[in-house]
Design a protein around this ligand. Sequence first.
Ligand code: AMP
Length: 270
Amino acid sequence: MAFKKIKTLDELQTWRQNLDGKLAFVPTMGALHDGHLSLVKEGLKRASQVIVSIYVNPTQFAPHEDFDQYPRQIEDDIRKLKEVGAQTVWLPDTQDIYPNGPEITVHAGEIAKTLEGEFRPHFFDGVTTVVARLFECVKPDIAIFGEKDFQQLQVIRHMAETQKLPIEIIGAPIIRDENGLALSSRNAYLSVEEYKIAIQLNRIMKEMADGQIDEKQAHQKLLEADFDKIDYCCSRNSATLKPENPNHILAAVWLGKTRLIDNMPMLAVK
Ligand code: AMP
């Protein structure tokens, strides 16, 4: 079957009406790497069709953030999707996603207020708004999100549950490079020098996950490694994201203009 590139909502709806079998959906903002492609592979295991959307969503960026600089490389992305076996890509227009202008229509719940929510207060409402609209248009049976954005995955699960969406939400493991750095489209912003610092994040988080160092020591080590700023590096409960009953480490740190996030389970705690 030929690879299909869909642009308009009309095309998407006609395609969806004529589709047989189970449909898996992978929403992305493009600049695809092996992390994104692993979600496609997961989808192909669970459904007969995989559709990927590529849309840099304006409502999840604050005015001072990197919406304009965010890497856009559609032709390269499409080549990668074809290679991995995705059948369809949707490149939505802002007009189709936000027919009434880019406004927030779906608010993320309580779980969105902590961690990322403290440092990027606009972010999760933008994510739930766009994902709800993408779901409404694509009508997938399954949607796959990366554990790389751990809190985002929990926020989406919560949204799907509270809205009783007939969509199975699947979390897929973090894909890292050979030095342990979690793949991210934003890694392209890192200079060679910054990359050498960035790969320390995973090492320091592992020490914390192993129980060798506590939160204070982890902060100290991150600053010694030359990270510029730490938004958070802490242990939380993976289901509630609250400090009680911690079993998961989550971190967000800055290197120059680049913000890195990562997370991992605490090995000593089951
Ligand atoms: P983004 O394009 O950054 O919005 O990401 C689209 C999807 O890919 C989200 O569900 C992310 O969590 C997921 N993703 C991004 N990086 C990785 C990674 N390194 N490993 C696994 N999934 C990832």
